[in-house]
Design a protein. Structure first.
Length: 365
């Protein structure tokens, strides 16, 4: 099949940035993303020859500096990746960029050109991810990126079929296995945040009481604060670019005012240099707070745990499932119901009843 002539059309000047801080995507652990960090500066991982094949994929890696599309090698595979990624926005684009970089590095490592891959290669990639410890949700997302890339290539006439179309996706459980934080744990974390710094207090309060995604917090501007019918509100950009007004509780509003200290513009939560606090900065801050507030979570607390706690504690407080769905910005109520099912799954465990039923004889008798 003859490939389309792309030579007459230069790469678009649009910039697809990937985080330069090395922060894993939401729901992706450092272990799961380690393979994505094997390329820098838009160069595939070690093992790729210097004279890169025309069908190789060379998207910027997870730890690469911000790279414009015009800086990428002008190859058919890169052009397909550019087109595919331009059809997505925000965090989805960022995650898919990282996912394609990981897949490209893996293909280079085994010596297969991206556009020559067949189903057996994609199946092998899934096996590689699973053995590397990637969560099923991460594998599903990476397969979505890979399949989308190949579907775009089919549409453009570069390949005749999508090798990822019929690859089996791992099952992702419908039930959420953790409940984030208990009421007592949430209280201790908030107290630790207020004792730490005004900025930490704002971060913890907004994540917990508004159920913000970490990206929504990091992208918020001071100008997004306002008032509506007596309510203090913060307007955030949700998935898909949707703008939503969030109620800010009075105590959180007071902490925000103390932290801003009269500042009227710029990022809502900023570093000492005035730049927006990034995802990795939020992650480090929460781990620091956890060492004193919830030491048993010091090595595992994640920003999403506070969003999860927001959902479960709001339901415990009597909020309706529909209102919690609106608060979290879930398009599908089934997503919210996962949190509802997870609330009492440990409390209802038969283990407690069984342990109370069986008496252990005293060995001294």
């Amino acid at each position: 099949m003859a490939a389309p002539d792309y030579a007459a059309n230069p790469l678009p000047a649009t910039v697809l940035d990937t985080p330069s801080d090395g922060t894993p995507a939401t729901g992706t652990s450092a272990a799961e993303t380690s393979t994505a960090e094997t390329s820098t500066g838009g160069t595939p991982a070690t093992g790729t020859p210097a004279d890169q094949p025309s069908t190789a994929l060379a998207l910027p890696g997870q730890t690469a500096p911000r790279t414009g599309l015009a800086d990428l090698p002008d190859t058919p595979a890169n052009r397909i990746a550019v087109g595919f990624l331009l059809s997505h926005h925000g965090n989805t684009r960022t995650a898919y960029t990282r996912d394609l970089a990981d897949y490209g590095a893996w293909c280079a490592e085994i010596g297969i050109e991206i556009l020559d891959a067949r189903r057996v290669h994609v199946d092998a990639y899934v096996e590689h991810l699973s053995r590397s410890g990637a969560a099923p949700s991460t594998v599903v997302r990476r397969l979505s990126a890979v399949s989308g890339f190949y579907a775009y290539a089919v549409d453009e006439g570069l390949i005749d079929r999508n090798p990822a179309a019929r690859v089996r996706r791992p099952k992702v459980g419908e039930n959420v296995q953790s409940t984030g934080l208990s009421r007592a744990e949430a209280g201790r974390l908030l107290a630790a945040a207020e004792a730490h710094s005004p900025r930490a207090a704002v971060v913890a309060n907004l994540l917990l009481f508004c159920g913000l995604r970490v990206s929504e917090l990091c992208h918020a501007e001071v100008g997004d604060l306002g008032w509506e019918r007596g309510h203090r509100v913060l307007t955030v950009t949700r998935k898909g670019g949707k703008r939503q007004r969030m109620v800010v509780p009075p105590r959180a509003g007071e902490l925000i005012d103390t932290y801003l200290d009269g500042r009227t513009d710029g990022p809502l939560v900023a570093t000492v240099t005035g730049r927006p606090l990034d995802r990795q900065g939020v992650w480090r801050l929460l781990r620091t707070l956890a060492t004193t507030a919830v030491p048993h979570l010091a090595d595992s607390l994640h920003p999403h745990d506070l969003r999860h706690a927001c959902a479960t504690l709001a339901l415990d407080a009597g909020a309706s499932l529909r209102d919690v769905q609106d608060l979290l910005g879930h398009a599908d109520s089934r997503t919210t119901r996962r949190y509802d099912r997870a609330r009492h799954n440990l409390d209802r465990s038969p283990t407690y009843a069984l342990a109370g039923l069986i008496d252990t004889p005293d060995p001294r008798d």
